[in-house]
Design a protein around this ligand. Structure first.
Ligand code: SF4
Ligand code: MG
Length: 326
């Protein structure tokens, strides 16, 4: 199937007092209509910066896309003007952020913000838009939505604000929904409701969803395919069953091993020792080498490429790179 959104060899760099460094380094992935792609990795691996690059929302002055292509229905978003991006953003590509306060306007009531966005994108009259807003708030599990529309963002709890954001993103029936840790701050019941809602929206509208998360439980439940990121690069890509049944990259294996086991000895929870390397001081060879238990001499010298392990399954590790090992 034609991908709705495809990212090719994306490089995003940031300028700081300490120097200029690439936070995203050659990331490639795509997502099709009706598909949910999980993007997994520890914080600082470049997953949020990737999505901000897609949205054209990198912090001005310090962040910029250096290389690559971001195609939306075949058109390169990086060549769009700010005005063209504004027409796409929030309408055809919507994003749910980790921190809802940054995207809700503190001086407008919840209902007004939601209805404005709805009337703009769905071309509804004001009264119908407000009715739709109340309905969306109900759908995301907000009690008494008729009252909540009259409140200001600061009057709501963090979890409620997050649900408002989700309602806002979904109310415009976007073709692509990028959800960055959308349910991390919510309790389990609400989390399940929100994920359910995203799935329903997807079924009805064939939305392409990019779900950024560190929660492999959410991945197992929601995603069709998964991209695992480490230190600004994709290290493994596979369909969800393959990833859980035969993870190939040592980092992915470590992530899965650190999942609490549902059966057996609860104490055998293994976590990956060590920390993600600083982008200002990347290892010369494999970026995972300092933490990898399979590290070989070559790993400190050679940068592994992302190579095909099987159809639709790619991995960035010298152990599977036949060019190197044979
Ligand atoms: Fe580990 Fe070497 Fe593979 Fe890197 S290339 S993940 S260090 S085995
Ligand atoms: Mg993040």
């Amino acid at each position: 199937m034609e991908p709705v959104l495809s990212i090719e060899k994306l490089e995003t760099e940031f300028r700081t007092d300490g120097g200029t460094f690439k936070t995203v380094d050659g990331v490639t992935f795509h997502v099709a209509a009706g598909e949910t792609l999980g993007v997994v990795g520890e914080s600082g691996c470049g997953k949020s910066v990737t999505s901000l690059s897609v949205m054209g929302l990198l912090p001005k002055k310090i962040g910029r896309v250096r290389e690559g292509v971001i195609r939306f229905h075949g058109q390169n978003l990086l060549e769009k003007s700010e005005k063209e991006m504004r027409a796409i953003r929030g309408n055809r590509i919507a994003m749910i952020f980790q921190e809802p306060m940054t995207s809700l306007n503190p001086v407008f009531k919840i209902g007004d913000q939601l209805a404005e966005s709805i009337s703009l994108h769905l071309k509804l009259r004001r009264r119908d838009a407000m009715r739709h807003a109340v309905e969306m708030l109900r759908k995301v599990g907000i009690p008494n939505p008729e009252l909540v529309v009259k409140e200001y963002p600061h009057q709501l709890s963090g979890g409620m604000r997050q649900r408002v954001m989700i309602a806002m993103a979904m109310s415009c029936n976007p073709e692509v929904l990028i959800a960055d840790e959308p349910t991390t701050a919510l309790d389990v019941t609400i989390q399940a409701q929100i994920l359910d809602l995203m799935r329903k929206l997807q079924e009805e509208e064939q939305t392409a969803i990019v779900l950024i998360t560190h929660d492999l439980g959410v991945v197992a439940e929601m995603c069709h395919r998964v991209v695992v990121m480490y230190a600004g690069q994709v290290v493994e890509e596979a369909d969800v069953d393959t990833l859980f049944e035969s993870p190939t990259h040592p980092y992915t294996q470590g992530l899965l091993a650190s999942l609490p086991q549902l059966v057996g000895d609860q104490n055998r929870l293994e976590s990956i020792p060590g920390i993600v390397p600083s982008p200002l001081d990347m290892p010369k060879g494999c970026r995972f080498a300092p933490r990898c238990k399979y590290r070989m001499d070559a790993c400190d010298q050679v940068q592994p490429e992302l190579v095909d392990v099987a159809s639709g399954h790619r991995c960035r590790c010298l152990l599977v790179d036949k060019e190197v090992t044979q």
